[in-house]
Design a protein around this ligand. Structure first.
Ligand code: 5RP
Length: 294
């Protein structure tokens, strides 16, 4: 208990200074509670409003994906350069040092492997475990137009309800089936459905035509997946265009961890996302850092 002797008179009321009331500027989240916003701030940088999420959850349906065979050797060294890590609880508990204090986005849906119908997912984590792991958000795949569309949307809405109870945001991950056209019309549809049904933010793919209409019509932030491995310069161009057209950053996996120089690549992506550096400048950063690590 505080010592009651020597209590000083209070006088620092600063009556002429209005009480600060900072707006929370991340798109669509201003009416959320403190814990929810605090978790989002562990994903989106408070100064730029953007994020470089490193996605390494591929093993949840692909098994030991190229570049992720040894997460301890390939990914742990990249953690200082990521704003957020997206992974499964298996990799988190077994391999990610608990001293990593930035946001964890937990892969929270799953079920079918690459050998089966991928849209047939279930919720794959209990909220108690998400809380125990102190995650910043839960990620769930939403298969708009897929065979199990309704089930996957329902997975998301159930997670949103449970997440809201505990102040944990949900990221809706739009999963485009093999037979579907990856265009702005599809991305607008999928992203908007995720947002309307409660996702705090949404992951889509970048599309070359009309991506700005995807971000404009989605009331919550959009991050882009990297997709299949591209030459580094092309991946940087894609990230740049996405951010310039309204994306709040990337949730990038293979284009980082399958790069010839993953640490250089993630730092170059950071330049595009947080510093608005153009792809040519960012590629120079990549090459310089790559040459220094040889
Ligand atoms: C898997 C995912 C991945 O996290 C996502 O595809 C991002 O990784 P990449 O940049 O390699 O596409 O959600 O379903």
């Amino acid at each position: 208990m505080a010592d009651q002797d020597g209590i000083q008179d209070t006088q620092k009321y600063f009556v002429d200074i209005p009480m600060a009331s900072e707006p929370f500027t991340l798109r669509g989240s201003n009416s959320r509670d403190w814990g929810f916003k605090n978790r989002l701030s562990n994903i989106f940088h408070h100064e730029t409003g953007k994020t470089v999420m490193l996605a390494i959850d591929h093993g949840y349906f692909l098994g030991p994906t190229a570049g992720l065979e040894r997460v301890d050797l390939s990914i742990v060294p990249l953690l200082p350069y990521a704003d957020t890590l997206m992974c499964t609880r298996g990799i988190l508990r077994s391999t990610i040092p608990p001293t990593f204090t930035k946001g964890i986005v937990l892969r929270s849906s799953g079920g079918p492997s690459i050998l089966k119908e991928l849209s047939n997912e279930e919720i794959a984590v209990d909220i108690e475990d998400a809380v125990r792991l102190n995650v910043a958000a839960m990620a769930v795949q939403v298969f708009i137009g897929g065979e199990h569309e309704t089930k996957s949307v329902h997975n998301m809405t159930r997670l949103v309800d449970i997440g809201n109870r505990y102040g944990i945001p949900v990221m809706g991950v739009t999963a485009v089936g093999k037979d579907m056209v990856r265009d702005a019309k599809y991305m607008r549809l999928a992203a908007r459905i995720c947002a309307e049904l409660g996702a705090a933010y949404v992951k889509t793919y970048y599309v070359a035509e009309g991506f700005d209409t995807v971000t404009a019509s989605c009331p919550v932030p959009i991050v882009i997946a990297g997709g299949k491995k591209l030459p580094e310069q092309d991946a940087l161009k894609m990230a740049y265009r996405a951010v310039q057209q309204g994306a709040a950053g990337v949730d990038m996996g293979r284009n980082i961890f399958q790069s010839e120089a993953p640490a250089a690549m993630i730092q170059a992506v950071g330049k595009v996302v947080h510093e608005n550096r153009n792809p040519e400048e960012a590629y120079d950063v990549y090459r310089t850092l790559k040459s220094e690590t040889k």
